[in-house]
Design a protein around this ligand. Structure first.
Ligand SMILES: [Zn+2]
Ligand SMILES: [Zn+2]
Length: 813
């Protein structure tokens, strides 16, 4: 056995740590070990075993957690690639690849220190010290703790035991550790995987329920009367509500096997119910051929909305499964509804593992074990499912590959689509990127023959794409004499549909009631305390809310700056739009879908299935309504404020607007009756609006590519955003200044550096923010420059967590 092992730990440092291997331990590369790190115990992944004694003293590892690798060779190679490409610490990369944290139980113990024994002794002689700044209550608790510890004859006492015996807060214990009265020890240890979950069972229903109780009971009833307790904690009701219901005998708590599935959604007709079009057949044939070749190939499947891409994916995955191999399907956050899960279970049975954001840590770990053991060979999931430990991977599909939820906005800031391509390369698999509105990067790559391009140009069953009419809102203002939210055209079309018993979707991509509160006397906006962002008025909650950090404030009667009573609520969000529509069409059944009405995936599913069953006439919502839903009764889509994004200082604004407009328009006319789209805009001449109205992706692509080429933006340049942040303005200014000077004084051939400049959102979540934008036609040069910048920052003692490198950044805000 080698004497040493290098371990990647999830700490913000760009290095691995060397530990000595005890004689009786047998760590494996790719397996986890428990090691001492600073004053605690941590788990890390072994990345190398060797015999080179480091120059500094090494500690021994505490124990080996896995006798076989949890990250196989390919995944470990992928981890190194990600750490290098995204300039992220390897340990943090490994942590996001492994959902196994739930199997590691954190625990802390204390023993009494010499200073503690002395303090107890002195207190016994003369009472407590009069000079202390602590309150008498705090002192009383401290002595109670010492007294308790003295009775344990120097033994280690677990924090939980100590706290329940003495009612000492964590803060008090921490203070005692600082005074060396107590010695703290980390007792964290691996935990036996718990194979059961606690579930709540609905027994009976009583009429006399309060609002919270009703919410809970309805959620249970909506899912077949049974839900894991952890899911109920996602509901906005107090924890005591469940206890009350149990006491009243309405709900019972029971244990279920951990792989218990949430039921409730009815499977829809099988996606194989209709005949494949020739285009679908040929796409499937090319996909199967590539898989059989057992070498890497990439495909971009560009299919208009409603062209049946999903059916091709599922048929391809079924073929892979029949060949005894594995496949991964990635979907955007919002794409994985219980209805989709029900479809997948119907097609793949127990061979499918589904990974979504509503899973608890333990459920996620359970799914991980099913995949690792080979019980589940088909994996469907959001972003991190790209790391699923499947064996013999044949196919990875990235559905809606342009979707921004594939980019992780915290360290490591990876893009799951790009990881999918890299993983497929490393294991000779096929990767398929699918979208009606491919990202500029992917379409560019297809044009450069990096990917094979597969086109699905028509909708299934020869259904036409919807007709799109643009309403110029400047003209609407001139003709009606006042600012309109819903134009006369849109209003009359909605009225028509309601009368014909057809359904309508209206998109306004901004939630809340009014996005801006303005003082007419001093002109100031009401801003968040933590961010340089206007607070949004939410009428139902009667609060002002920051959409970036969640800060809330009371709805003002007077200006916070000058005291004037002339405060005005301006603009329209989805909540107000819903109210306006109720006013205009009092007889219509209207619902809203946005982050305020959707608290859990059940709410989302409930609203969509109500629309599907014809129980709704109009659905209002944010971009949530634009994505992938296949509702046949919708014949009209109205877009209100289509161009909000076009006003943002962001080079991807046109691309995002084009994608959103095309996607939402794609919701119309998916059934027997043809669809229509009314697009209200203040920028009717903007090419993103014009090409979306004509369903002309290629036209948009060519035009946008010209702009990107002139401005040296992706796909012509690699781009990175470097953010320097601190809750102290002086630090943020000084650090970004120092880095700016360094960029100026050092030669970086072939790399353009812009900045430092205040970030467009200058303050966010209490941090002041400055940034640099770096562009280069050479990824390698860009990577080298950033790496030396980080080394310089470390040398200057700028904390690693305060300098964020975002490679291939999607947002420069
Ligand atoms: Zn004012
Ligand atoms: Zn905020």
């Amino acid at each position: 056995m080698p004497e040493f092992c290098d371990v990647a730990l999830a700490v913000p440092l760009d290095m691995v740590f060397t530990y000595r291997v005890p004689a009786d331990a047998a760590p494996v590369v790719g397996g986890r070990v428990l090691v001492p790190f600073r004053q605690q115990r941590m788990t890390g992944v072994v990345v190398e075993l060797h015999d080179h004694e480091p120059s500094v003293a090494t500690k021994k590892l505490i124990s080996v957690l896995d006798s076989a690798p949890v990250l196989d060779q390919v995944l470990l190679r992928l981890a190194r690639w990600i750490a290098n490409y995204y300039l992220a610490p390897l340990g943090e990369v490994c942590r996001s690849m492994l959902p196994l944290m739930a199997e590691f139980k954190r625990a802390v113990g204390y023993r009494i220190g010499e200073a503690g024994e002395m303090a107890l002794h002195l207190a016994g002689m003369s009472g407590s010290s009069a000079r202390s700044r602590r309150s008498p209550q705090e002192q009383a608790v401290e002595f109670q703790v010492l007294d308790y510890m003295a009775g344990t004859s120097g033994e280690l006492v677990r924090e939980t035991t100590l706290r329940s015996a003495t009612h000492a807060s964590r803060k008090i214990l921490q203070g005692m550790v600082r005074k060396k009265w107590l010695v703290r020890e980390d007792l964290s240890a691996p935990q036996e995987a718990n194979r059961t979950v606690k579930v709540a069972l609905l027994k009976s229903v009583d009429r006399k329920l309060n609002q919270n109780q009703r919410t809970l009971v309805e959620s249970l009833a909506g899912c077949g009367g049974k839900l894991p307790i952890e899911h109920l904690q996602g509901l906005a009701v107090p924890r005591t509500t469940l206890g009350t219901l149990v006491k009243r005998g309405l709900v019972e708590i029971a244990e279920e096997p951990a792989d218990f599935k949430v039921s409730g959604a009815r499977p829809r007709p099988s996606p194989f119910d209709f005949d494949f079009t020739p285009a679908q057949q040929s796409a499937l044939a090319r996909l199967r051929q590539a898989v059989e070749a057992r070498s890497f190939s990439g495909m971009l499947m560009h299919g208009v909305t409603g062209s049946g891409k999903t059916a091709v994916y599922l048929a391809g995955m079924r073929a892979v499964l029949e060949a005894g191999r594995s496949a991964i399907l990635l979907v955007p956050e919002i794409g994985l509804t219980p209805a989709v899960a029900a479809d997948l279970h119907q097609i793949f049975g127990d061979e499918v593992a589904i990974l979504h954001s509503a899973l608890t840590d333990r459920e996620r770990a359970e799914q991980w074990h099913r995949i690792k053991s080979g019980d589940a060979r088909i994996v469907v999931g959001t972003r991190s499912a790209v790391f699923a430990p499947v064996g013999d991977l044949a196919l990875i599909i990235v559905d809606e590959e342009h979707d921004s939820s594939y980019k992780q906005e915290e360290t490591p800031r990876y893009h799951a689509r790009d990881i999918a391509v890299m993983r497929a390369k490393m294991c000779n698999a096929v990767v398929v990127l699918g979208s009606a509105t491919p990202s500029l990067e992917s379409y560019f790559n297809a044009r450069q023959s990096k990917y094979a391009l597969i086109e699905l140009p028509d909708r299934v069953e020869k259904r036409p794409l919807p007709e799109v009419a643009i309403v110029d809102m400047r003209l609407e203002f001139q003709e009606t004499g006042h600012e309109q939210v819903i134009s006369r055209t849109l209003a009359s079309e909605i009225k028509d549909r309601i009368e014909r018993r057809e359904q309508v979707m209206v998109l306004l991509n901004r939630r809340g009631y009014s996005p801006v509160v303005l003082c007419r006397t001093c002109g100031k906006k009401l801003e968040c305390n933590n961010c340089a962002i206007a607070l949004t008025h939410h009428k139902r909650e009667h609060r002002m809310i920051c959409h970036y950090c969640g800060y809330t404030a009371a709805v003002p009667n007077a200006c916070a700056h000058c005291g004037s009573e002339y405060v005005y609520f301006l603009g329209t969000g989805s909540e107000k739009l819903e109210e306006l529509l109720h006013g205009m069409f009092p007889q219509a059944r209207i619902a809203r879908l946005d982050r305020d009405t959707v608290r859990g995936h059940q709410d989302f599913e409930r609203t969509l299935s109500a629309l599907n069953e014809g129980e709704l006439d109009v659905l209002v919502g944010t971009q949530m309504i634009a994505k992938g839903h296949d509702i046949h009764g919708v014949t009209l889509v109205g877009v209100v404020g289509a161009d909000v994004a076009l006003g943002l200082p962001d080079f991807r604004a046109a691309e995002r607007t084009f994608q959103l407009l095309t996607q939402v328009a794609g919701r119309a006319g998916r059934g027997q009756s043809p669809g229509k789209v009314i697009l209200q805009t203040y920028f009717q001449d903007h090419y993103a609006v014009q090409y979306a109205a004509r369903h002309d992706f290629i036209g948009f692509y060519e035009k946008e590519l010209q702009f990107r080429s002139w401005m040296h933006y992706p796909p012509y340049s690699a781009l990175a955003n470097v953010l320097v942040r601190s809750d102290q303005l002086d630090d943020a200014l000084e650090w970004s200044g120092r880095l700016g000077k360094w960029f100026n004084q050092t030669r970086h051939e072939g790399v353009r550096v812009l900045g430092p400049a205040a970030a467009p959102i200058m303050r966010l979540k209490r941090d002041y923010r400055y940034h640099f934008v770096l562009k280069s036609p050479s990824r390698e040069k860009l990577n080298t420059t950033l790496r030396s910048m980080l080394a310089y920052a470390a040398q200057q003692k700028i904390p690693r967590t305060q300098v964020i490198v975002d490679m291939d950044a999607l947002w420069l805000m």
